[in-house]
Design a protein around this ligand. Structure first.
Ligand SMILES: Nc1ncnc2c1ncn2[C@@H]1O[C@H](COP(=O)(O)OP(=O)(O)OP(=O)(O)O)[C@@H](O)[C@H]1O
Ligand SMILES: [Mg+2]
Length: 451
């Protein structure tokens, strides 16, 4: 008997420890089973209490009256599937006649309390079928990315969404993106995650870091071009525009528009070209973009106009030439001058970390998802890294990138330094390194001391 008590105590202690230290492990070992049982046992009564039932159909009532039987119970949405995931449960419901997806969306908070889950979100899968995505714990508290993520060319995992799914940055689907946030809100950590993932791909990275290069220069080994002040940035952007021109010439030369070539083989962007001819795609990372647009004298105005014009041209024409923009800043509004709103309109991907006022949030979401702007203001200051990610379809979700230190991302960049391509147009901006950037493939696990 005492053996059983000791075993139970040990199990409880292990469960409590896991719950605090490794919530994902706790969920996979204990939580998912308890939660699934709770949902299955309480399903009908919870649906009834959450007002997600409809009265029985007329023919059932008529049949009951005819047979002199008690009138049957209200109908609940049919549970089509219950799937445990790494962070919660996914339920698929078949709605009853007369119900719609808004009924379920309106009841998500009641369902959350009734099923004792951390968060419940609903999404219409197809007509009459709704998916409830439930998380068993706060997945954004200590972000742990799943070990297996779905990678593809130019699609990298960067953060975790509050429903437990992975948030990807897909450059082929959303070529250019804007990330804003107040100071200390987590923009640079988000960029680090992005660079650490992009470093593993066959892409060229170009960086503009007007904070004297403190964020990007330590990652120099994996960057084909870097600028740490506005003047160099203007030259670098011009070089990227001229590279874009060269790539378009190549696409035209290889377009193969002859009548006997099938439609699918006509090249209109770099991805239509054969592998051996395809130019390396370039991701341009700009941290603290406002520095490029601020001026103190007449001379600086010329430089500012060059920068903004080049960015607008890259954002309008860069996609087909494989040039993608990743722009970060604290604010990005019309007060930064001519051309900024035109540039912003081209940045389809929007991410807002904590912002201090509504007008800053509106710079990211005012024109696509006003409720997302409100959510960005409500991010608490003690949760740096939490952000609202939206897209041009009007959908948005709360995300958080895993915390990654500068040291860790330097190590990743050094390990993949052999993938850094030498692009002739960007050669003058190749950061000076203590050793050759084409360093041997074995990992160099230290940051460059001087750059
Ligand atoms: N995803 C995250 N998880 C945990 N902590 C984070 C996360 N992102 C940022 N932080 C913390 O917040 C601090 C500020 O982050 P970061 O430097 O990225 O802010 P920022 O928005 O770039 O600020 P600034 O505008 O001043 O450059 C970091 O030192 C880090 O400790
Ligand atoms: Mg920063």
């Amino acid at each position: 008997m005492s053996g059983l008590v000791v075993t139970l105590l040990v199990v409880f202690a292990v469960a409590g420890l896991l719950r605090w230290w490794r919530p994902t492990w706790y969920w996979l070992t204990f939580g998912a089973t308890f939660a699934a049982l709770r949902v299955l046992v309480r399903y009908s009564s919870v649906m009834d209490a959450c007002r997600l039932t409809v009265p029985p159909s007329r023919w059932r009532m008529a049949l009951a009256r005819f047979a002199n039987r008690p009138i049957s119970q209200p109908r609940v949405p049919r549970l089509l599937r219950l799937r445990p995931t790494r962070t919660g449960l996914v339920l698929r419901l078949k709605l009853c006649p007369g119900q719609d997806a808004f009924d379920v969306a309106a009841a998500t908070d009641r369902l959350r309390h009734s099923f004792v889950m951390y968060r419940v979100m609903s999404q219409e899968v197809r007509s009459g079928v709704v998916e409830l995505r439930m998380t068993g714990y706060d997945v954004l508290k200590r972000v742990q990315m799943p070990s297996k993520v779905d990678r593809a060319s130019m699609r990298v995992p960067v953060a975790l969404r509050e429903d437990g799914s992975v948030h990807y940055r897909d450059y082929r689907a959303v070529p250019h993106a804007l990330t804003i946030g107040a100071t200390e809100s987590g923009k640079s950590v988000y960029l680090r995650n992005l660079v650490a993932e992009l470093a593993k791909l066959d892409v060229a990275l170009a960086g503009i870091d007007c904070k004297q290069g403190v964020e990007l220069f330590p990652l120099a080994r994996r960057f084909s071009a870097l600028a740490d002040n506005s003047d160099t940035a203007a030259d670098l952007l011009d070089a990227l525009v001229s590279r874009m021109g060269g790539v378009y010439q190549l696409i035209r030369a290889e377009q193969r528009i002859a009548a006997d070539v099938p439609d699918a083989e006509i090249a209109a962007d770099i991805w239509d070209l054969p592998d051996d001819l395809r130019p390396t795609p370039v991701v341009v990372v700009v941290d603290e973009v406002a520095e490029l647009a601020l001026v103190a004298s007449k001379d600086e105005e010329k430089r500012r106009d060059r920068c903004v014009t080049a960015l607008v041209r890259l954002s309008q024409l860069g996609r087909a030439a494989g040039i993608y923009l990743e722009i970060c800043g604290q604010r990005f509004g019309s007060e930064l001058g001519k051309g900024i709103t035109m540039l912003r309109a081209q940045l389809t991907g929007r991410t807002a970390h904590r912002v201090n006022d509504e007008s800053s949030a509106n710079m990211a979401f005012g024109d696509i998802a006003p409720d997302a702007a409100l959510a960005a203001i409500h991010i608490p200051p003690d949760r740096p890294g939490v952000a609202i990610a939206g897209d041009s379809t009007g959908g948005w979700s709360r995300i958080r990138a895993p915390h990654i230190s500068l040291r860790q991302v330097v190590n990743v960049c050094n390990r993949y330094a052999h993938l850094t391509p030498d692009l002739p147009e960007l050669a003058p901006f190749r950061p000076a390194l203590p050793h050759s950037a084409k360093a041997p493939a074995p990992a160099v696990e230290t940051a460059p001391t001087t750059v």
